[in-house]
Design a protein around this ligand. Structure first.
Ligand code: BES
Ligand code: MN
Ligand code: MN
Length: 462
């Protein structure tokens, strides 16, 4: 891969300039006013695959935002890597908290990225990481060092739960035939501590509505005598965890696979600096389930969180009112072998059961996804270990990530292909937050590492 690495060094600045262009298109999948931007982004990526040397690249329609598919088949007898990523991004709100506009990328330094980081929505999640793959591919093709076949599937709906990618995969099973799926949509522990995600949490997401009286009421005339749905909702939410921060929904932990003490011991070796963690977040203390470390709380334990809560009067000044309705969006992160449909059903049943007679509740399920475990003894995983060792000079540590990529479990179910999660972001890169960024170190380390993955995977697969 020497010629490839040389090519990368010579084209570093152009790779970055092109990524800036990609980041300028506001590909917010959740917001219908960006529908044209989604198409523009898909076209941009499609063309970049053709320029990089793909035999074929196309923007493929779905019932939602399109999927970009590209491939280069050298020889059907060689192994095939399928690269998955997403070009959609989260909404940039709250805009006023960005120190520079979300779709005008700039390089700024931070304590963690003294060499500079790209500040823009999608820089890390996941356009920047998709771009590492496009450029690594270009470098291998230009250098005639591409060692195997490659296919790319870059979707535009990951951030809204990939509702159309399951059907897309079922429809295009033959087209998507491959030996391994390579994904860069996760992170590493630190720039001097490479790691590979050996698991992702699943997700069950619900919206609840609590209704009291048939209309808003004067809080003096009725207050104290009629249920206030906001108060009731808060009490109900509070009762979903006990003093040990254990989730109280009956049956919630039934399918949970407890880790062996060896597995927990291995996870316990993950470097973690609590003081730095608190300092980064400006908090005086952490909280979580009793009996588990922070790494375990995000990696191997399920959780329940309110993502949004609203109702009543939130305008200027004070309005004395007992609102008629209160709402909340609640997510539950799941671990093996919890199943999202089953957990959503348990939640619904319990939430309805604990509602006092003074209110009515409705539970509306949203998207979900199964948790993922990646075996660390497979050759697919070994190739990632070797590639990272080569470029970081250190063995990567297997970790469990708290985030979710619901489509990964589906890939295995529908396509029968295992995924490897070789991501290059950092947890502190402010994904989904204002001021999302991606280190220049991380961007270039990704481009450097990916060709070695191709090389080692092809060698091991022989
Ligand atoms: N790339 C993230 C998931 C992620 C981030 C995994 C960091 C591991 C480390 C992905 O784009 C994401 O945000 N997923 C959503 C789920 C989706 C259904 C909206 C999530 O985890 O909230
Ligand atoms: Mn992502
Ligand atoms: Mn995301």
């Amino acid at each position: 891969m020497d010629v490839t690495q040389d090519y990368i060094l010579k084209n570093k600045q152009r790779f970055l300039d092109e990524l800036f262009e990609l980041l300028r298109i506001p590909s917010v999948s959740a917001d219908s006013k960006h529908k044209d931007d989604m198409v523009a982004t898909a076209n941009f990526i499609c063309n970049s695959f053709l320029k990089a040397g793909a035999d074929k690249a196309q923007v493929m329609q779905t019932d939602g935002h399109p999927v970009v598919y590209a491939e280069k088949i050298l020889d059907p007898s060689l192994p095939t890597i399928l690269v998955y990523g997403h070009y959609d991004v989260q909404p940039p709100d709250p805009l006023e908290l960005w120190t520079s506009p979300p779709f005008e990328p700039v390089i700024k330094t931070t304590d963690i990225h003294p060499e500079g980081a790209i500040f823009a929505r999608g820089s890390c999640d996941d356009k920047g990481q998709v771009w590492m793959h496009v450029k690594a591919f270009e470098a291998m093709v230009s250098s005639s060092e591409l060692p195997c076949n490659v296919k790319f599937m870059i979707e535009g709906e990951e951030e809204v739960g990939s509702p159309n990618l399951g059907p897309f995969c079922r429809q295009h099973k033959d087209l998507l035939k491959a030996d391994v799926i390579l994904v860069s949509d996760t992170g590493i522990i630190a720039n001097d501590t490479p790691s590979i995600d050996a698991g992702l949490r699943g997700l069950s997401y619900v919206e609840v509505e609590v209704t009291g009286a048939n209309r808003d009421l004067h809080s003096g005339i009725y207050g104290g005598a009629v249920a206030n749905p906001i108060n009731v909702l808060c009490e109900m939410i509070a009762s979903l965890k006990d003093a040990n921060k254990h989730i109280t929904i009956p049956g919630f932990y039934d399918d949970l696979l407890e880790l062996s003490s060896e597995e927990r011991a291995a996870l316990g070796k993950t470097p973690f600096d609590l003081e730095a963690y608190k300092q980064d977040l400006d908090i005086n203390d952490i909280e979580g389930e009793a009996g588990y470390t922070t790494i375990e709380r995000t990696g191997i334990r399920p959780t329940l969180d309110v993502n949004g809560i609203w109702g009543g009067y939130i305008g200027e000044g004070a309005k004395t009112v007992l609102p008629s309705k209160a709402y909340a969006k609640i997510s539950m992160r799941l671990v093996p072998h919890q199943r999202p449909e089953a957990i959503t059903a348990l939640f619904q049943k319990y939430f309805e059961a604990i509602a006092p007679a003074s209110v009515t509740v409705k539970v509306k399920p949203h998207h979900g996804g199964k948790p993922v475990v990646v075996p660390t003894n497979s050759l697919e995983y070994k190739a990632a270990e070797m590639a990272m060792k080569k470029t970081f000079g250190k063995d990567p540590i297997p970790t469990r990530s708290g985030g979710s990529i619901p489509i990964i479990a589906l890939f295995e179910e529908v396509l029968g292909i295992k995924s490897v999660l070789m991501g290059f972001g950092l947890d502190s890169d402010a994904l989904h937050s204002p001021n999302e960024h991606f280190g220049l170190f991380n961007f270039y380390k990704g481009i450097e590492t990916i060709p070695y993955y191709y090389q080692y995977y092809s060698q091991l697969k022989k």
